[in-house]
Design a protein around this ligand. Structure first.
Ligand code: HEM
Length: 188
């Protein structure tokens, strides 16, 4: 089995959980989309910084093209939001680096799909705040990443799995913290 398939299977439950959690954010509404961007920023900023501190660009040489926090910062600014407090990031170590990157890079796949909801919003002011969700969608970043991932030695897999699960957990935590309040219907 390829390393990518291994990671996909090992994290399937976590993906389903974050997918479900973020599906509760109404992306075509201003409050729902703002909460979504804040949640992603609280997770993505410290995670990208951690990966950079571990030297991600030495392994993934096109990393400067992949990092998305400037795009996300621009979206927040566009909506007049300040950068949220970063979430605590687990101690991902260098052996797990590519597993952590797998989760961040894979999240682009869902992002393309989510961008369509925002771009269909009646509130057109949201359309200009989609740099993060559409980031380099024109480039084959995902297949290029998978090629690179699958060249790693098979004995690295346990550490990659651990780091991938840790990164999913940061996003799950973010979804939980920024989850929009459920508005109970008022009884007449
Ligand atoms: C509502 C939120 C989300 C939806 C609807 C969603 C949807 C999807 C879809 C449709 C794919 C497969 C695309 C394809 O095979 O072409 C995918 C892949 C993936 N997503 Fe998500 N996603 C969401 C959130 C996230 C988040 C928050 C993360 C992690 C931070 C994430 C990580 C991944 C990963 C790692 C893959 C690649 C799986 C593989 O190896 O094929 N997703 N997502």
């Amino acid at each position: 089995m390829s390393i990518r398939m291994d990671l996909k299977l090992a994290t399937e439950d976590r993906h389903e959980a974050v997918d479900r959690a973020f599906s509760g954010f109404a992306l075509a509404t201003r409050s729902g989309y703002e909460a979504f961007l804040l949640a992603h920023a609280a997770a993505l900023f410290p995670l990208e910084e951690r990966l950079e501190a571990l030297g991600i660009a030495n392994w993934l040489t096109d990393w400067p093209e992949r990092r998305r926090r400037d795009a996300l910062a621009a979206d927040l600014a566009q909506l007049g939001l300040s950068r949220p407090a970063p979430l605590a990031v687990p101690a991902i170590d260098i052996k797990g680096l590519a597993g952590a990157a797998y989760v961040l890079e894979g999240s682009r796949l869902g992002a393309k799909f989510l961008a369509r909801h925002v771009l269909a919003a009646e509130d057109r002011s949201l359309h200009a705040a989609t740099q993060y969700l559409t980031h380099h969608a024109e480039l084959p970043l995902w297949p290029r990443f998978v090629d690179k991932l699958d060249q790693l030695p098979p004995d690295s897999v346990p550490d990659l799995r651990t780091a991938a699960l840790q990164v999913f957990d940061v996003f799950a935590d973010a979804a939980q913290r920024y989850r929009p309040a459920v508005i109970e219907p008022t009884l007449a």
